[in-house]
Each structure stands twice: as structure tokens, then as C-alpha cells.
Design a protein around this ligand. Structure first.
Ligand code: NAD
Ligand code: IPM
Ligand code: MN
Length: 346
């Protein structure tokens, strides 16, 4: 029996995670669920956003279903106590360095995309985002300049081993898909990116079957709305991948649709929607649960070795979206009604 850690978190996290859990339960697989608090919810209960018991559960579990963290009432706390540190801590502690963020247009959702229908229809891409390095985890702080000004700093850095393992993840993903990999960086300005590009080129020697290209991140942001159909797999750093994936979400209709898998080298994974805790709609039953449900499908595929079950869940979401939409997609379904529609389609 596989143990699934459920970490609902804050805001809409518990609302969307509940629907994803219902879908997993409906599959009647040999799964056990154990839940723990994380983020602002854990801070309010224990004084820490990632309590030892939660981290311990995450380590013991075969896979983790994560909601979202972020709580406006915690914004003034010291950084190490803020809810967001919980997800950063899990990613780092469990060495979940490869973040897969697929974006594909569901049939019939052309009108929800921010792009023209014929442009949106061509979207079927995967962003492979590095998750353990970059400006997120470099030395950071506040100091005073010699002239007495306040100065904030965050060191951006990657070493070659960090770049190599995410490059390999990118090439492997491209090999399983349409054989195209676009590495996105800012090598015209940043040393971090020059190393990134050099190492990606080195790794490409082992992947003759994958067509590699390079693109600067500013151009990539533009190309993603001009002609997103040109992309198969995009491999990029932590910060660029964070930004480009939110952008990609609106190209296919809503941030409430994009799931993710955060994987270590052995296939252990944390699965979460790419969106946050959405304080503006939390507690109102308005959140789109599809990203969370699709994250559960990714769990079935990547951590539990159940690709047919994953296909079934993805097909059920696609079928449910034909006649059911939450407000972010222009509909009037509640979170629960949308979950019910997916369950019915299963
Ligand atoms: P957000 O993703 O929470 O929300 C952005 C906008 O998208 C909001 O208008 C929200 O209502 C909408 N939205 C998001 N998810 C939706 C869904 N499932 N259905 C319908 N609408 C949805 O981003 P934000 O507002 O910048 O951040 C809010 C908090 O979440 C912050 O504390 C931030 O740090 C945190 N955050 C956490 C994660 C995570 O847990 N991995 C990811 C992103 C942001
Ligand atoms: C995400 C979020 C996180 C990130 C924050 C909450 C730390 O935006 O998962 O995309 O920047 O990685
Ligand atoms: Mn983000």
C-alpha cells in the first residue's frame, strides 16, 4: 500500500486538495492517506510553517499531494517563518529539483484562452523548471551601503552539477515527447546563464535524437504568446520557470488548470497546482480544482507507476470541462460541483 501525504496548506489549498483526494479515493486503489498542516495554517497551530511532524510525514510518504501556501496575515513575519518557506523547504529538503509544468489546451476552451483560438489550439508544451537553486536559494539579506542606503540582495548562482541534472531531465522529457528542447536563459547578461548554456550544450552530446535550441528569457516570454505552438519542452531556471509557467497558464485558459510534479532523482514527488493560495477567493467555493486534480494524475503517473489511472483522470477532467466551468473559465460551477463533474466522468 502506498502512503500519500496530504498537505492542504492555506487559502484555496484545502478546497482544491479535497477534490483531488476525492478523485484518488474514487479510483479504489491501494492508497493510504495521512494529512498534516503546512504553511500559514501550520504557523498558526505550531509557530512554524514546516513543523518537524509535517516534514517527517513528507519523508515517509511515497508521494505528496500539496495544496498551496500563503497567508496575508503572515506577510510581516520574519522570512524564515513565512508560509512560503514551507514549500521552499520541502523542495530543498527532499531534493525535488525537477519541476514539470505541462500546459495543453483542452478541447473547447479556446474562448477562455487569452490568445486567439488558432494560436491557443496549438499549445502542447512542458516547462521543466529547476527547483533547488538560482536566486531563490543564494545568500540573501538586507544591509546598509557605505553611503547609508538600505540595500537588499539575493545571490543568483548555479553550479554545473545542478544545471546538468535539470538539463538531463529536460532532454529525457523531450525524448519522450516530440523531441524538441528549448533552453531558456539570459546568457547575454548573466554568468549564471552562460554556465547554464555551456552545460546544456555539453549534455546535448548524449541526446542526438533531441533538437536543442536556446532562447533568451525576454524573447521566450514574447514567443509564448506570439506562437506557443513552436514549443515542445522548455528547460529553464527556477525564477524564469516560475514566471513563464504563470504566463503559459493564461494561454490555455486559467492558472486554475496547470498542475505540476516536483521530482527527485528517484521518482519521489510532490504534486501541486502551480497557483497559490488565492486569498481573494479563498473560502468561497470558487476555486478551480482542475489543477489540483491534474496534479493527482501526475502523481499516479510519476510516483505510483499507474499511467492508465493517470490517463483516466486526465480524460475525466477533459470530459467534465465540456459542460462545467468554474468562474475563472467564465462559468458558474463551484469547486465542489466541478469536482463532482470530474467524478461523474470517471
Ligand atoms: P495566486 O496564484 O494565489 O492567485 C493569482 C490570481 O489567480 C488570483 O486572482 C486568484 O484568485 C487566481 N487563482 C489562483 N488559483 C486559482 C484557482 N484554482 N481557481 C481560480 N482562480 C485562481 O497568486 P498570488 O495572488 O500572487 O499569491 C497568493 C499567495 O499564494 C501568496 O502568499 C503567494 O506567495 C502564494 N503562492 C503559493 C504558491 C504555492 O503554494 N506553491 C504558488 C504561488 C503563490
Ligand atoms: C510557485 C510559487 C512559489 C515559487 C512561491 C510560493 C515560493 O510561486 O510554486 O510557483 O516561487 O516557486
Ligand atoms: Mn509561481
Amino acid at each position: 500500500m502506498a502512503l500519500i501525504a496530504i498537505l492542504p496548506g492555506d487559502g484555496i489549498g484545502p478546497e482544491v486538495t479535497a477534490e483531488a483526494r476525492r478523485v484518488l479515493e474514487a479510483l479504489a486503489l491501494d492508497l493510504a492517506f495521512e494529512e498534516a498542516a503546512v504553511g500559514g495554517a501550520a504557523y498558526h497551530a505550531t509557530g512554524h510553517p514546516l513543523p518537524p511532524a509535517t516534514l517527517d510525514l513528507a519523508r515517509r510518504a511515497d508521494a505528496i499531494l500539496f495544496g498551496s501556501v500563503g497567508d496575508p496575515s503572515c506577510d510581516a513575519l520574519e522570512r524564515h517563518l513565512r508560509p512560503e518557506q514551507a514549500i521552499l523547504g520541502l523542495r530543498k529538503e527532499l531534493t525535488l529539483f525537477a519541476n514539470l509544468r505541462p500546459a495543453k489546451l483542452f478541447a473547447g476552451l479556446e474562448d477562455a484562452s487569452a490568445l486567439r483560438p488558432e494560436v491557443a489550439r496549438a499549445i502542447d508544451l512542458l516547462i521543466v523548471r529547476e527547483l533547488n537553486g538560482d536566486v531563490y536559494f543564494g545568500e540573501k539579506g538586507m544591509r546598509t551601503t557605505p553611503t547609508g542606503l538600505r540595500q537588499g540582495y539575493d545571490l543568483m548562482s548555479y553550479d554545473e552539477a545542478e544545471v546538468r541534472r535539470i538539463a538531463v531531465a529536460g532532454f529525457e522529457a523531450a525524448r519522450r515527447r516530440r523531441g524538441k528542447l528549448c533552453s531558456v536563459d539570459k546568457a547575454n547578461v548573466l554568468e549564471t546563464s552562460q554556465l547554464w548554456r555551456d552545460v546544456v550544450v555539453e549534455v546535448s552530446a548524449d541526446y542526438d535524437d533531441v533538437a536543442l535550441s536556446h532562447m533568451y528569457v525576454d524573447n521566450a516570454a514574447m514567443q509564448l504568446v506570439r506562437n506557443p505552438g513552436q514549443f515542445d519542452v522548455i528547460v529553464t531556471g527556477n525564477l524564469f520557470g516560475d514566471i513563464l509557467s504563470d504566463q503559459a497558464s493564461m494561454c490555455v485558459g486559467s492558472i486554475g488548470l496547470l498542475p505540476s510534479a516536483s521530482l527527485d532523482a528517484e521518482g519521489k514527488g510532490l504534486y501541486e497546482p502551480i497557483h497559490g493560495s488565492a486569498p481573494d477567493i479563498a473560502g468561497q467555493g470558487k476555486a478551480n480544482p482542475c489543477a489540483a486534480i491534474l496534479s493527482a494524475a501526475m502523481m499516479l503517473r510519476h510516483s505510483l507507476g499507474l499511467p492508465e489511472a493517470a490517463d483516466r483522470v486526465e480524460a475525466a477532467v477533459a470530459a467534465a470541462l465540456v459542460n462545467h466551468r468554474t468562474a475563472d473559465l467564465g462559468g458558474d460551477c463551484s469547486t465542489r460541483t466541478m469536482g463532482d463533474a470530474v467524478l461523474a466522468a470517471l
